[in-house]
Design a protein around this ligand. Structure first.
Ligand code: ZN
Length: 334
């Protein structure tokens, strides 16, 4: 299928300093099945690096697992809250439907073999918008897609990855969300986050920010009558967008408030500062600062190798560690 190119709407008069736009997608966070299954899949099969092992800052009885490229660069991050006993998540309106990851040209044969080897459920490869893609599901049901990127560039390969460098996932390609109507979500994407509508194919609208390309693309699927999405294992919790610093975050926070939307206070997530708001269609958006990043409490060599706790939970470390299920790195399971 091909997207019809749309003439970019550029009304100079209404553009302001906020319209510089976010830098792109910072991370995607989902509810997952068991932590060990999650680690085995994302690190052991997809070959991503566990870049931070911590707990849910709002519930330290559960892990929060962060995966990314070798350096944990913003735009390569997938994060998970394992809640294996929750009701199964479901994509639908007001939810993320697909998270797409970027792979190099010529790599899909490798990935077909690898997913087959590990008995991962996948669909026949397709060509969409001139690009080959392979849809598959994580063990907990999360919908993922590998997309061949002609401009593929891996910034920081993890040299202990079980996946060779010439076929490795470089990071986020794009995220697709489902909405009942376009306009309210479009206004938020354009006016607060600085995305521009660049293409349309049937009911799918493609938005890009900061020059577009990898990690800078959101697709909105319009489904006026489909079921609502539901959060739970295998379902996405939120999308986070990258902003430069706390000043730009504060500017955007004011913009969200001026729209009449509810927005959280600034939350210190240790590795970034965050604000959260629900766009009118129901998807939870976060705006996260690039700094300080995952090396704020570990070295670039050791990120992800030990349990990190936010300082308020450090006095309870023994109890917290005792309550969490043990985790074994996939490389130590062979
Ligand atoms: Zn987040």
């Amino acid at each position: 299928m091909q997207y019809r190119a749309l003439k970019t709407r550029m009304v100079r008069g209404v553009r302001n300093k906020y319209m510089d736009g976010v830098l792109g997608i910072h991370h995607m966070t989902a509810i997952s099945g068991p932590a060990q299954e999650n680690l085995d899949f994302y690190a052991g099969i997809l070959g991503l690096r566990l870049v931070k092992l911590t707990v849910n800052f709002d519930d330290p009885s559960a892990y929060h697992l962060y995966y990314g490229d070798g350096a944990g660069n913003p735009g390569t991050i997938l994060t998970f809250f394992p809640y294996p006993n929750g009701h199964q998540g479901r994509s639908g309106s007001g939810q993320v439907s697909v998270t797409r990851l970027s792979v190099p040209p010529g790599s899909l044969g490798y990935w077909l073999d690898r997913l087959t080897q590990f008995e991962i459920d996948f669909d026949h490869p397709q060509t969409k918008n001139g690009r080959e893609s392979l849809s598959f599901r994580a063990p907990d049901g999360l919908e993922l897609e590998l997309v061949v990127n002609p401009n593929y560039d891996i910034r920081a390969y993890w040299d202990q990855s079980p996946v060779p460098k010439n076929v490795a996932i470089s990071g986020m390609d794009s995220i697709q969300i489902i909405e009942r109507t376009l306009e309210p979500t479009k206004e938020i994407l354009e006016d607060i986050l600085g995305f521009q509508l660049v293409g349309q194919h049937e009911d799918i609208y493609r938005f890009e920010v900061n020059g577009g390309g990898c990690g800078k693309t959101i697709e909105v699927v319009i489904d006026p009558t489909g079921p609502s999405g539901r959060q739970g294992p295998g379902g996405v919790h939120h999308i986070a967008f990258r902003t430069e610093d706390e000043n730009s975050q504060q500017d955007r926070r004011i913009q969200v408030l001026e729209r009449g939307l509810r927005v959280s206070a600034v939350m210190d997530r240790d590795y970034f500062k965050s604000i959260y708001f629900r766009e009118p269609g129901g998807v939870l958006f976060e705006i996260a600062t690039d700094p300080p990043g995952f090396t704020v409490d570990e070295t670039p060599e050791t990120i992800g190798t030990s349990l990190r706790l936010p300082k308020q939970y450090e006095p309870m470390r023994t109890q917290i560690e005792h309550a969490l299920p043990p985790l074994i790195m996939p490389s130590h399971r062979k």
